[in-house]
Design a protein around this ligand. Structure first.
Ligand code: NAG
Ligand code: NAG
Ligand code: NAG
Ligand code: NAG
Ligand code: NAG
Ligand code: NAG
Ligand code: NAG
Length: 497
């Protein structure tokens, strides 16, 4: 009986008694990266330690895989002989392969597979992979040197924080593989570059900005930097001294620019307003009519674009979104869903007064919907869109909702038509329910289906459900337009009949 040993001794049980004789040494990690400069030398470290006497029968195979290609076997070590069809490779026992004069075509993955081979018990093999990168194009800047420049301060629109931007460049070629830089701040902190812009690496420094020297240099361990000639000026770090005055000036300048832009915007808006005023002063009747506008249909005469407008309901101004394109326009939109940014799983109070952004996802509010729909006779239109972008709609005549004392009960004369079918008649006459006000025929429909609707027991439609949720009836459902499918887009709108 032979005694065998290898890294994976498990498979050896039953055949051989195991000696923990062969082990990968720590020099080779599981997946290793090595890099070389073109025409340079590179070694593929590989090493195992042996402990016994009988472990000489090693069989080693090397495979090469060029990017996007198949594995190719290119070298073997068997019976103390190293055989390869790539003449620039040599084998150094217990140290690995040595490649002399690396070329771009040598870049790829190298596998080394070691197996203990003997006539009586063939044990399983163990393998390692090394990825070789060959830097074949050094980075280049416009004047062969790095420079750090201070650019405008910029404001983050979301956080409203100011940051100062330092740019390192100017690169005309980032090289292959692409160069990277590291920054050192006045306090000695080393930072990676946040992003690249127009041939420069950018360091964003948040306010308050530390004064002092900021320097940037090519990432020292990156192949791109290592392959530069020793005398290349690109090896030198670039530096910029930033003092408090520079920072203040940069911020001031940026703010000034912003103010100038805002001023010009304001003057544009002012002249537009002026035009409108002129229009009204020259046509006093229109002014009165404008004041009398009680729907988006009245607005069509002055402004054919869809957008936010003011309409008067019993003399009170109400801000609404007018859809002036669908079916000749004139629609007051009172519900819209087009992404998950606004939470619609809300309570009674919020459904009464409304929420969201009229330009995006919103619910106009039940109180307003009641005043509007009881001031004159309205038709209702529901527009829907699926994720495959097919569109559907449904229209109803004589739509109105009752007031708060009757919990905004839903009324209409009849379903008029539309390819989305009728999924609302089931709800006709029902009062509105939210998660905290239950007026349905089943008990807790709003909670069960994460919505707010004129629930019955419980639903054929649920357009205030969870956006993007496809669980049964939990999404934006319209039974006759895709069963329990959840819509990508919904809009509910009204127009005087
Ligand atoms: C590559 O290795 C060969 C042989 O060891 C040596 O003569 C040559 O100088 C090396 N070249 C580089 C760039 O190190
Ligand atoms: C190439 O060979 C290695 C070692 O056997 C294997 O792990 C790898 O999956 C192979 N790759 C392809 C693409 O066949
Ligand atoms: C900087 O980038 C290098 C690789 O380019 C990465 O190894 C290192 O973790 C990064 N450091 C930080 C602080 O992000
Ligand atoms: C890119 O940099 C060049 C040279 O500094 C400059 O002329 C150009 O305006 C910059 N382009 C952008 C988009 O910033
Ligand atoms: C910044 O760098 C310059 C030039 O290397 C040096 O003279 C100056 O003392 C440095 N300033 C600080 C605050 O480190
Ligand atoms: C001008 O003002 C409008 C309305 O406030 C705003 O939407 C737009 O982004 C502004 N434009 C600029 C360039 O600030
Ligand atoms: C404005 O409305 C009032 C009452 O609703 C009406 O009497 C008047 O004729 C309207 N004016 C115009 C110009 O439409």
């Amino acid at each position: 009986m032979y005694k065998c040993g290898l890294v994976l001794p498990l498979l050896a049980f039953g055949f051989c008694s195991v000696l923990q004789a062969y082990k990968w040494t720590s020099t080779l990690e599981e997946n290793m990266h090595v890099s070389a400069c073109v025409d340079g030398n590179v070694s593929f470290p590989w090493s195992m330690v042996t402990e016994g006497k009988e472990e000489k029968i090693l069989d080693i195979d090397w495979l090469f895989q060029a990017p996007g290609k198949e594995n190719v076997s290119f070298a073997t070590y068997v019976d103390d002989n190293f055989v390869t069809n790539k003449d620039r490779f040599t084998f150094i026992p217990n140290a690995g392969l040595f490649l002399q004069g690396a070329q771009s075509r040598d870049a790829g993955r190298y596998y080394v597979i070691v197996s203990l081979h003997d006539p009586k018990c063939r044990l399983t093999s163990a393998q390692r992979m090394v990825t070789l990168t060959v830097a074949d194009r050094p980075p280049a800047t416009r004047d062969d040197a790095l420079h750090v420049t201070l650019r405008d301060a910029v404001r983050d629109d979301v956080t409203e924080d100011w940051t100062l931007q330092l740019h390192c460049g100017l690169f005309v070629d980032f090289g292959h593989p692409p160069a990277d830089v590291v920054w050192t701040t006045p306090s000695g902190e080393v930072r990676n570059s946040s992003y690249q812009d127009n041939g420069t690496f950018v360091l964003s420094v948040s306010s308050p900005v530390q004064g002092g020297n900021y320097s940037c240099q090519l990432h020292p361990s990156a192949p791109a930097a290592r392959c530069l000639t020793a005398t290349s000026p690109l090896n030198a770090a670039a530096q910029l001294y930033v003092d408090d005055k520079d920072v203040r000036l940069s911020f001031l300048e940026a703010r000034q620019k912003e103010i100038v832009i805002q001023l010009s915007n304001l003057s544009t808006q002012f002249s537009q307003l002026n035009e409108k005023m002129d229009h009204f002063f020259n046509n006093p009747k229109e002014l009165i009519k404008h004041r009398n506008s009680s729907s988006c249909v009245d607005w069509l005469e002055f402004d054919q674009r869809s957008g936010v407008q003011t309409v008067y309901v019993s003399g009170e101004p109400v801000t609404v979104y007018c859809d002036q394109t669908t079916d000749n326009g004139g629609w007051i939109v009172f519900q819209r869903r087009n992404d998950a940014s606004v939470d619609f799983y809300r309570g009674w109070a919020e459904y009464r007064i409304g929420f969201g952004d009229p330009m995006g996802n919103f619910w106009l509010g039940l109180d307003t919907l009641h005043s509007l729909t009881t001031s004159r006779s309205y038709e209702l239109r529901v527009d829907l869109q699926k994720y495959d972008l097919t569109k559907g709609h449904a229209t109803y005549s004589g739509f109105y909702v009752e007031g708060a004392p009757h919990n905004f009960a839903l009324h209409f004369d009849k379903f008029v038509g539309g390819n989305a079918g009728d999924s609302l008649s089931f709800h006709r006459g029902q009062q509105f329910s939210t998660k905290d006000r239950d007026h349905d025929n089943s008990g807790g429909c709003a909670q069960k289906f994460h919505g707010a609707w004129w629930f019955h027991a419980c639903l054929h439609s649920n357009l205030n459900g969870d956006y993007g949720r496809f669980a049964s009836s939990q999404g934006l459902n319209w039974l006759t337009f895709g069963s329990s499918y959840s819509m990508k887009f919904t809009e509910m709108k009204i127009r005087p009949m």
